[in-house]
Every structure is written in structure tokens, then in C-alpha cells.
Design a protein. Structure first.
Length: 338
């Protein structure tokens, strides 16, 4: 169980991430990340002078052999990893992969920053079911939800490698966007270093936000809101599965986002422009791609887009998904303005 004495607060999740990275990786140091990763990591790394190293993934998340290969090529200082509901792919690592990754950290004497911002939607004890192509996500044209036929708990990486993992979280996703409090849980030997990094960056939380969070934690509001958000995410994923049936859409049935591999006739940037003409925002894969060391711009990106499902009302979301499906069934020429 986490020791509250080693929990530190930041202004938001991004600041908690920045503090964790700054405490582990010096300017010029190498940080291993999934080849497709949360875009904010790229911006934070650039500001801190950290070199990102893209690492290969598979249907179970970050590959430990890719970590070992990159570290042999030139030592990494740490990893940034999203074991639960990876953004943008929606992958949740199995218990076995988490254990293997934790062992790799020990083998290589590496640290990890574990991003658990979306984990509240996928509670501990979720099953390694096999009802979909990869156990957790809807595969191409698959409209089935998770099949909890086996119950294998998926502990946080911080529980498996507690002496070399900083876990970060944010309450804005759980509670409300305006309540921006980030959390970082470090091993005892690293807590002072993390605290210093947060202070030097000006990334500490405000007293008002901490007081509000404390009240919502103690009066049961947090549990009620999280339960409601889990139900809401399930409804939105059901709309997604209905409207985009037959397309290559990957999405955990518990997530507030989805990853759509577009038909070959569409390029992600062209589809982005076509959707924008209908007032719909999607994010192209290039925003998440990490360039190889020394390369300029984004890294190699698949022909895919991320769909954010949380914002619109259910009716608006349904209409937007129907519009996107109609666009994808057509051709880029069909979408051009007259």
C-alpha cells in the first residue's frame, strides 16, 4: 500500500510528469518511451532537454526486449510508460507483461515513470479476458465488450518495482477539468529529489485545490463520480462500436478514446481536414509518433487517428460518429467542398 509520506502534489498531471522526469533524467539524458505516446511527453522532454528514444510495442504494450536493445545501444536513464489504457492505443498490459517489464527495470538498473492518469477507468482486478482480438480492445469490426473469463489482477508497475518507479496521476480526469491536481508517488529514497524538482519548476499544487480534493475524497464524492464516469465511458464506447462497425477501430470498452486505422484510400491528414469541415476534431497519428534520435519532426506514423469521446453529449457524439463513418465510407474527393 502506498505510503502517504512519499506522495507529492503538483498543479496538474503534466506538472507531476515534468517533475518526475526532471528528477530522473538530466538535460541530454535519454528517456525510453513507446513509439506512439502521449504528446505532452514530447513537449515536456523538449523543454527539459531530454532525448526521447522510441521503443517498439505489441498488442500487450511496451516490449521489454525493445527496452534492453535500446539500453545496450546507449544507456537509458528512465522509461515513461502507460501500462493501463495507453493513450492513444488503448492497450492495457497483462499481468505477465508488467512482471516482465519490472524484472527488466531491475536487470538494467532503470527507473520508470508510470502514467496512471486513465487507470481509474480500468480498476485493479480487471480480467485478462479473451473476448476480443487482444483481450481488451475491440478489434477490426468487433463490437464485443470485454469477456472476463479469467480474473488476473494487473498491479501497477509501481507495486512490482517499488524502488525504481515513480507513479503519476491526475484528479482532473476523475473529477472535473477545472480541478487540476497532479500526484506523484516516489520511492522513499527519491522523495526529496522529486520534491526539489517540483519546487524548482514551480509545479506545486494550490491550497484551494488540495482542500477541495480532500473534501471530495472524504465525503464519498470521488467514488460516486468515478463510478458515473465508468458508466458513461461504456455508453460512449457502445455508440462507437455501433457507428464504426466494420472499420479497424481499437478501443478498450472502458476508455474515453479510440484508435482508428483508416481505410487505405484515406490519409490521416486528409481525413482530419475533411472532418474539420464538418466541425469535428480528430487527432492524426503523427501527433503521437516519436522521432528516432537525430531525426527532425515526428516519427513514422501509422495511417490512423485518435477519437476523443468524452466531450460531446451522447446525442452529439452519436451524430459525429455517424458523420465520420459516412466520410470514411466515401473517398477524399467526395469530401471536397464545391
Amino acid at each position: 500500500r502506498p505510503d502517504p509520506d512519499h506522495l507529492r502534489f503538483a498543479g496538474n498531471g503534466r506538472q507531476a510528469m515534468a517533475g518526475a522526469l526532471a528528477s530522473l533524467v538530466p538535460p541530454g539524458g535519454r528517456l525510453g518511451v513507446e513509439a506512439l505516446t502521449y504528446p505532452m511527453v514530447k513537449g515536456i522532454a523538449a523543454r527539459l532537454g531530454i532525448t526521447l528514444v522510441p521503443l517498439a510495442t505489441d498488442a500487450d504494450g511496451l516490449r521489454p526486449d525493445a527496452v534492453r536493445a535500446a539500453h545496450r545501444a546507449a544507456p537509458l536513464r528512465a522509461l515513461y510508460v502507460q501500462p493501463t489504457l495507453h493513450n492513444p492505443l488503448g492497450v492495457t498490459m497483462s499481468a505477465g507483461r508488467r512482471a516482465e517489464l519490472a524484472a527488466t527495470l531491475g536487470e538494467l538498473d532503470l527507473w520508470a515513470v508510470e502514467d496512471a492518469v486513465w487507470a481509474f477507468l480500468h480498476p485493479d482486478g480487471a480480467a485478462d479476458g479473451d473476448g476480443t482480438a487482444d483481450g481488451d480492445r475491440t478489434g477490426p469490426g468487433d463490437t464485443a465488450g470485454p469477456d472476463a473469463t479469467t480474473a488476473t489482477a494487473r498491479p501497477p508497475l509501481a507495486a512490482l518495482a517499488p524502488d525504481r518507479t515513480i507513479l503519476i496521476d491526475s484528479l482532473s480526469k476523475r473529477l472535473a477539468p477545472g480541478l487540476t491536481v497532479g500526484l506523484a508517488l516516489a520511492p522513499p529514497a527519491h522523495t526529496d529529489r522529486l520534491s526539489a524538482a517540483l519546487r524548482s519548476g514551480g509545479w506545486t499544487a494550490t491550497g484551494f485545490a488540495l482542500e477541495a480534493v480532500t473534501r471530495w475524497l472524504t465525503d464519498g464524492s470521488l467514488e460516486r463520480i468515478v463510478a458515473a464516469k465508468r458508466r458513461d465511458a461504456a455508453v460512449r464506447q457502445a455508440l462507437l462500436r455501433e457507428r464504426l462497425a466494420g472499420f479497424r477501430v481499437h478501443a478498450d470498452p472502458r476508455a474515453y478514446f479510440a484508435w482508428w486505422e483508416l481505410p487505405a484510400r484515406w490519409r490521416a491528414e486528409t481525413f482530419l481536414a475533411a472532418a474539420a469541415r464538418h466541425g469535428i476534431a480528430v487527432t492524426p497519428a503523427a501527433a503521437f509518433a516519436v522521432a528516432a534520435e537525430g531525426a527532425q519532426g515526428a516519427g513514422p506514423a501509422p495511417n490512423a487517428v485518435r477519437l476523443a469521446l468524452a466531450g460531446p453529449a451522447h446525442k452529439q457524439l452519436d451524430q459525429a460518429l455517424a458523420t465520420l463513418a459516412a466520410l470514411a465510407h466515401g473517398t477524399p474527393d467526395d469530401s471536397l467542398p464545391d
